[in-house]
Design a protein around this ligand. Structure first.
Ligand code: PNS
Length: 166
């Protein structure tokens, strides 16, 4: 039984994330989409909002679980008896930081392997930050985020004081 973890902030989930999740799900027995609950950062969406959006999308798909974690990713990987960390790469610019994270994670836990999946070219420019930027100015984000969570994301912008660059 091979368990893989797809970790991230998912603030909010995008079509790029969903594409990686669906493709990774074909490769492993069990895939856990794990949202980092980082007390040192102030995300736009709370941890429970991020988890709920992912559950709405992924609960109907077999062998995928949605969870959250605090602290070191490798500790969470050990707790789940997983061996694989999945990361999506959109461009070379992602690589440097991801390469560093993969090396430190392997130093911290030598049994963990990080696997990089190349983002589909149609999503290579999509990021949570871009979604927030466009939405904060009232732009159309319907092609950037899954339709199931589109209104959840828009509602956040109606109620939050979030402004681009703010
Ligand atoms: O979506 P993101 O913000 O690019 O995801 C980064 C994330 C959450 C995967 C990474 O920052 C993480 O797991 N942090 C937890 C703390 C940790 O393990 N740090 C050491 C290795 S980077």
């Amino acid at each position: 039984m091979i368990t893989a973890i797809y970790p991230g902030s998912f603030d909010p989930v995008t079509n790029g994330h969903l594409d990686i999740v669906k493709r990774a799900n074909k490769l492993f027995d069990r895939l856990i989409v794990a949202v980092l609950d980082n007390p040192r950062k102030t995300p736009l969406f709370s941890i429970s909002e991020r988890v709920k959006m992912l559950q709405k999308l992924l609960d109907p798909i077999e062998n995928i679980e949605v969870d959250c974690y605090q602290g070191l990713l490798v500790d969470y990987v050990r707790k789940q008896k997983a061996t694989i960390i999945i990361k999506g790469l959109r461009a070379i610019s992602d690589f440097e930081f991801e390469f560093q994270m993969a090396l430190i994670n392997r130093k911290l836990e030598h049994r963990v392997e990080t696997l990089f999946m190349v983002a589909s070219s149609k999503y290579s420019y999509v990021s949570s930050s871009i979604v927030k930027e466009v939405a904060s100015y009232g732009g159309d984000i319907s092609y950037l985020v899954p339709k199931e969570v589109h209104s959840d994301i828009l509602n956040k912008f109606k109620t939050s004081k979030f402004k681009a660059n703010g």
